[in-house]
Design a protein around this ligand. Sequence first.
Ligand SMILES: [Fe+2]
Ligand SMILES: [Fe+2]
Length: 132
Amino acid sequence: MSLSSLKDELNTGIDSLDYEHRKLVGVMEDICVSFDHGESSVSDLFGTLHARASAHFALEESIMREKKYAFYDTHKADHEQLLDRIRFMMDAYEDGMCKECNTSLRACLEAWLAGHVANADMELSALAERQP
Ligand SMILES: [Fe+2]
Ligand SMILES: [Fe+2]
């Protein structure tokens, strides 16, 4: 799944979350472009991604708590793993390959967000239907 299709195809129906997913993909695209051009801004952009992802996960978790979402603990644990993974990618990016999954930085970034949004976040669509 490309980063642009991630932006366009995965919608939970909760506007604030969908907006933030698109913004996160924007930062990921900036990282890939910066990396491809050998720019020194890559590590700063990874810092931006970590900060924005942390804020995004906090928003999602507050919505899940408010709606008494049954799978809150599992979803939150997944968020914590995703933040750890950003740190791992940040350390590994200079080689252009992720040592853990043996894929390119771009593929690793795509898999990082796509897997979580396509599975855990899409299940939050049920919460959107309960909004007044
Ligand atoms: Fe999310
Ligand atoms: Fe999530």
